[in-house]
Design a protein around this ligand. Structure first.
Ligand SMILES: C[C@](O)(CO)[C@H](O)COP(=O)(O)OP(=O)(O)OC[C@H]1O[C@@H](n2ccc(N)nc2=O)[C@H](O)[C@@H]1O
Ligand SMILES: Nc1ncnc2c1ncn2[C@@H]1O[C@H](COP(=O)(O)OP(=O)(O)OP(=O)(O)O)[C@@H](O)[C@H]1O
Length: 288
């Protein structure tokens, strides 16, 4: 039996880092939305109990270090499954980019195998299991748009933001999420939370207010450390996007654009500056 499943990338419309916890993680509050740039995973049941991974491209590990492998292995172990799976990953999301590509692959494997191996878990069960693999996996299990709290694993689904274009630009560097969090200095007292404003803007379907309130605490670490990220953000703002922000721990910067007529100008301005540029849409249940 086979299953083909999409694993979309995410962007952070807000990312408030609240404080550092006893367990070393940071307490966060963030609004995330999926975009229609996605990996595709083909899953096929194996009778021999093995887990194998093949990749369309790139230099990712295909063993226990791959988050898709970890997802299959965790399900197998936790539910005493004797079946195996062959996983083929068509990789389209840039790696270590702040777009949760690996987390989304893991979420897709958990959801796909829950069906193929007939385990019968609810979405909430799958998300809880996913949080053992990484903080972003729970959000990727729910998908759409959501508020994430705790270390990122407590998910409250939100309505879709108003539809718009999203320009993604990734400089040719990878960023370590762990390093960025380690270098984070927490302001005392914390700033007013951007996430609350973004939630309000989404709930009132106010595109302008979303643009005005985009905020990511981790920019204060990544931008000075990697000036190329700062330059891309400046370039994006100059090119005429409605608003721009770094996603996650970076280095990808995204810009929101409402008017399709402006999209080509923005895209071309960035293509002359950086190789990896994508024009995608927010995954939205609202009409364009
Ligand atoms: C930057 C974001 O992508 C924003 O969505 C997430 O907060 C990070 O999610 P992720 O990549 O799934 O993160 P994990 O794989 O769980 O953690 C990687 C490392 O980042 C740090 N980390 C992560 C999440 C968090 N709330 N606090 C942290 O301090 C920890 O040092 C951890 O060892
Ligand atoms: N299937 C996978 N796809 C991408 N990266 C993977 C995968 N499996 C393991 N990894 C490893 O995970 C690390 C982070 O990759 P990923 O692309 O998910 O980063 P990210 O976009 O910064 O994620 P996040 O936004 O959740 O921090 C990389 O170092 C990569 O080697």
């Amino acid at each position: 039996m086979k299953r083909s499943i999409k694993a979309p990338a995410k962007i952070n419309l807000s990312l408030d880092v609240l404080h550092k916890r006893e367990d070393g993680y940071h307490e966060v509050k963030m609004v995330m939305s999926q975009v229609d740039l996605a990996d595709r995973l083909d899953l096929e049941i194996r009778e021999d109990g093995k887990i194998t991974i093949e990749l369309s491209e790139g230099f990712l590990p295909v063993d226990q270090r791959n988050l898709a492998y970890q997802a299959a292995s965790l399900l197998q172990y936790r539910y005493d499954i004797k079946l195996g799976v062959s996983i083929y990953i068509h990789k389209h999301i840039p790696v270590a980019a702040g777009l949760a590509g690996g987390s989304s692959d893991a979420a897709a494997v958990l959801k796909g195998l829950n069906e193929l191996w007939e385990i019968g878990l609810s979405t909430a069960d799958i998300a809880t299991l996913g949080s053992e693999i990484g903080s972003d996996v729970s959000f990727c299990v729910y998908g759409g748009t959501a508020l994430a709290t705790g270390r990122g694993e407590i998910i409250k689904p939100l309505p879709s933001p108003p539809p718009c274009w999203v320009i993604l630009a990734k400089p040719p560097i990878g960023v370590s999420t762990r390093e960025i969090y380690q270098r984070m200095k927490i302001e005392d007292p914390p700033k007013e939370q951007a996430s609350e404003k973004i939630i309000k803007a989404i709930e009132s379907n106010d595109y302008r207010a979303i643009c005005n309130n985009l905020f990511n605490s981790l920019e204060q670490v990544t931008l000075p450390l990697y000036p190329e990220v700062k330059r891309i953000k400046e370039r994006m703002l100059d090119s005429g996007v409605d608003a721009a922000l770094m996603s996650g721990s970076g280095p990808t910067v995204f810009g929101l654009v409402k008017k399709e007529s402006r999209l080509h100008r923005v895209y071309n301005a960035l293509r002359g500056f950086c190789d990896q540029v994508y024009a995608v849409r927010l995954i939205s249940d609202k009409e364009a």
